[in-house]
Design a protein around this ligand. Structure first.
Ligand SMILES: Nc1ncnc2c1ncn2[C@@H]1O[C@H](COP(=O)(O)OP(=O)(O)OP(=O)(O)O)[C@@H](O)[C@H]1O
Length: 285
């Protein structure tokens, strides 16, 4: 794998589904292209409780999509099925046309060896609400750990990449600080840099600012704005509706495990078609 290159590749002419770059285009985005994400009839229950009920969803390479919906509607679970943290009960999830946990031989599904599952899962990064940094590792070590442990980069390569990423998220001076020495916003920026270190083709954000004090939300949203221009496919769960409006190519409203409605920010937030969407939006706007 190449050292991180902060240049956007030129979109292929054939890739008509890739949305146009947004006005807040970053100067030096990643070279890696985004991958398509496709869910077909995805259902998931916890015990007897259905959480996802036959979800169909297509996200185009490089698209920025926001998932909104009431508490308990299944947003986090949906994200977790995409990077194979949860296995689905029915249906299928593919990233760039590839199943992350298994492969198809004829009409049979065959589980993949763990190492191959890990390799495929590096295609999809996940940034959690609660950062999940290793407390005993510095910012730099938190970022270098996965690429070295997976054998993707040498220690030196990983350190070079981590240093560039820390600079990118405005934390060059905190390279050797431990999580306890960082604010919540800084920790979340390290977590984003850590996710980027594996050069994911899809990056999932699960309420990335919900655990932060209000004054720290803006700095994390700024970093996500930059990431939104990298060409990586982004799927963001957020309650920050203003941010969703600004950054998204498309917003998806999920309720009770169903995709109720999807549309551009203007369509979905200003002209929702479904009553459930209208009710939700009138409560959160
Ligand atoms: N590991 C689990 N075991 C049992 N139930 C779970 C588990 N994870 C989620 N649930 C339940 O599944 C439902 C959907 O949860 P999920 O976290 O996906 O919703 P959400 O839309 O992200 O909600 P929120 O906005 O509050 O984070 C909830 O009722 C939740 O309690």
């Amino acid at each position: 794998m190449s050292t991180i290159t902060l240049n956007k590749s030129t979109p292929a002419a054939s890739d008509a589904a890739t949305p146009a770059a947004k006005p807040h285009q970053a100067a030096e985005p990643l070279a890696k292209r985004g991958a398509a994400v496709s869910l077909r009839g995805v259902s998931k229950s916890y015990g007897a409780t259905p959480v996802l009920r036959g979800i169909h969803l297509d996200v185009a390479p490089g698209e920025v999509v926001t998932l909104i919906g009431p508490s308990g509607s299944g947003k986090s679970t949906l994200l977790r099925t995409i990077n194979h943290l949860e296995t689905v009960d029915a249906g299928s999830v593919t990233v760039g046309g590839e199943h992350l946990g298994y492969t198809r031989r004829g009409d049979k599904l065959v589980e993949l060896p763990e190492r191959e599952v890990l390799r495929r899962r590096t295609r999809v990064g996940l940034v959690f609400q609660h950062f999940n940094l290793f407390p005993h590792l510095t910012a730099l070590q938190n970022i270098t750990m996965a690429p070295t442990a997976l054998g993707l980069l040498s220690k030196d390569q990983a350190a070079t990449r981590a240093t560039a990423l820390l600079e990118r998220v405005g934390l060059a001076e905190h390279t050797h600080h431990f999580p306890r020495q960082l604010s919540g916003g800084q920790q979340q920026r390290v977590a984003i840099a850590r996710a980027l270190a594996l050069e994911p083709e899809v990056l999932l954000f699960d309420e990335p600012t919900s655990a932060l004090d209000p004054e720290l939300v803006g700095e994390v949203l700024d970093v996500i704005r930059q990431v939104a221009n990298l060409g990586t496919t982004l799927i963001i769960v957020t309650h920050e509706i203003g941010f969703a409006r600004e950054v998204s190519d498309r917003i998806i409203f999920l309720d009770q495990g169903h995709v109720v409605e999807t549309g551009t920010p203007d369509q979905l937030l200003n002209h929702p078609e479904h009553e459930r969407t209208r009710d939700f939006i009138s409560r959160v706007l």
